[in-house]
Write a protein that binds this ligand. Structure first.
Ligand SMILES: Cc1cc2nc3c(=O)[nH]c(=O)nc-3n(C[C@H](O)[C@H](O)[C@H](O)COP(=O)(O)OP(=O)(O)OC[C@H]3O[C@@H](n4cnc5c(N)ncnc54)[C@H](O)[C@@H]3O)c2cc1C
Length: 449
């Protein structure tokens, strides 16, 4: 009615990344007004390139799918919850042989549209410099702006941590030599990857180029800690001549589909966009200077003429020591009206960030509405993850991603089913427990809109 003041309770969400997008929409869908703050494009980060929400800063994959995959369970939970990141990923997927990979442009465009379209979400463009009063979700991510990072540090004290992370180069498809590259998935999986085979001599040339290349970041590697699975290729190579051949250049299962030839090493390219115009080098996250990076890429067989459409980068990461600071509902123990989500909360990965965003937004809204906090059951991947965050060893705490160590899986033993069957049973238990829990939540919060 014109002139009527809205009485909807309000919360603030800081950051419209993977976590903040899900947090804002989850809260709004519960009938709570949301002030969503995003600094881009007024102020950007070294890894983001657009002003869109949920921009993917490195790989375009939200992890493996399927009923024996831990990320698959978290994807199923978020799909059941209607999480905007996972539903948008399903709508914009590209082929990736068993992984949920997306067309990155279409994906973030869709998330932005959905979040902006909700009538209870008000988007503010600008940097938040201090943690505001009231009910807040901090979702400013691994590259939280300096001013806000200082304010968060003042709020939480010693439990403020940081480490380094890296992104891989992306290559234009029309610059790949398709007489050399061949399509194949490892171990006979779908032929979604382009493979670049190395002879021993080619590998020697590539290895020498990596050794000579200069990095943007001081080579003080020992003092840096890396995002698990995102270690820079130059650091992998530095650890030994054969180390890349046991990592991203592993030739096993990638024999040539026509000749059957087995190669000394194989690099893989994964499709980045729906049209297949951009392909990223799998596992080639790097902080090398761009000129040197191009040289290294062009020593890979089939990429001699490669057009690098986006260079790999390496950046600071910011996160809290969750076990020291957070409860399993993702609120700060010392300030329960402040919720933390995404990488800042000590999770690792796009999917985990979005899932904790959804839970933090849900709990911030429930607090605004006077409901008790909601924590998914132990059998669920999200429940396991937030329990871990709240209760892990604080000493040496490292960010955590979805994995089977977080939920009860039947032990192996004589006569017990195999690993795959045991995981599939855990998947079904988690998915069903999450579904029942969601129903209970809806019964307790009937104003869902
Ligand atoms: C270089 C790099 C590569 C990575 N690669 C991968 C990968 O390949 N796969 C993977 O699963 N994970 C990767 N990660 C880890 C992590 O999953 C992603 O960074 C993910 O986007 C984190 O989600 P988030 O919501 O916590 O943060 P983000 O998605 O970064 O969102 C945070 C948002 O907050 C905004 N913001 C920051 N400060 C302020 C402020 N003061 N005021 C207003 N807005 C602010 C930012 O602009 C940003 O939009 C990578 C991280 C980095 C840094």
């Amino acid at each position: 009615m014109p002139g009527t003041r809205t009485l909807a309770p309000r919360i603030t969400v800081i950051g419209a990344g993977m976590a903040g997008s899900d947090a804002a929409l989850a809260a709004a869908r519960l009938g709570v007004a949301v002030d969503l703050w995003e600094q881009r494009p007024v102020r950007t980060t070294p890894a983001h390139h657009t002003d869109r929400f949920a921009e993917l800063v490195c790989s375009n994959s939200l992890g493996g799918e399927g009923e024996s995959n831990a990320k698959g369970l978290l994807q199923a939970e978020m799909a059941a919850a209607g999480g905007v990141v996972v539903t948008s990923a399903h709508a914009t997927r590209v082929p990736a042989g068993g992984a949920l990979a997306v067309d990155r442009e279409a994906f973030s465009e869709r998330v932005t549209r959905e979040v902006r379209a909700h009538p209870l979400v008000t988007v503010h463009v600008g940097e938040v410099e201090r943690v505001p009063e009231g009910i807040v979700v901090l979702a400013s991510g691994p590259l939280t702006s300096d001013a806000l990072a200082t304010s968060i540090q003042e709020l939480v004290g010693e439990g403020f941590l940081g480490f380094y992370d890296a992104a891989a180069p992306v290559i234009a498809h029309d610059s790949i030599d398709l007489d050399v590259a061949y399509r194949k998935g490892r171990y006979g999986q779908a032929d979604d990857y382009l493979n670049l085979p190395f002879s021993r001599e080619a590998y020697d040339r590539w290895y020498a180029a990596v050794a000579e290349a200069r990095s943007h970041t001081p080579h003080d590697w020992e003092k840096l800690e890396f995002f698990e699975g995102c270690m820079p290729i130059e650091e992998i190579a530095r650890r030994g001549y054969d180390t890349p051949r046991f990592g991203p250049l592993k030739p096993v299962g990638l024999e040539h589909p026509v000749t059957g030839e087995r190669f000394f090493a194989v690099a893989q390219l994964r499709q980045e966009d729906a049209a297949g115009r951009m392909w990223s080098l799998v596992g080639f996250q790097t902080g090398l200077k761009w000129g040197d990076q191009k040289t290294v890429v062009q020593t890979i067989p089939g990429l001699e003429e490669a057009d690098v459409v986006r260079y790999g980068v390496m950046h600071r990461n910011t996160y809290l020591c969750a076990p020291r600071l957070l409860d399993a509902d993702l609120s700060l123990r010392t300030r329960p009206d402040v919720f933390v989500a995404g990488v800042l909360a000590g999770t690792e990965g796009y999917l985990e960030s979005s899932a904790t965003g959804w839970l933090a937004g849900t709990n911030a809204a429930r607090r605004a509405l006077g409901f008790p906090p909601a924590i998914p059951p132990e059998a669920t991947m999200l429940g396991g993850l937030v329990r871990y965050l709240a209760s892990a060893q604080a000493e040496g705490f490292q960010p955590m991603n979805a994995n089977w160590g977080l939920v009860p899986v039947a032990p192996k033993g004589r006569g017990a089913p195999g690993k795959r069957e045991r995981r599939e049973a855990a998947y079904r238990a988690g998915r069903d427990a999450f579904g029942s829990w969601l129903e209970e939540l809806k019964d307790a919060a009937p104003q869902i809109v």
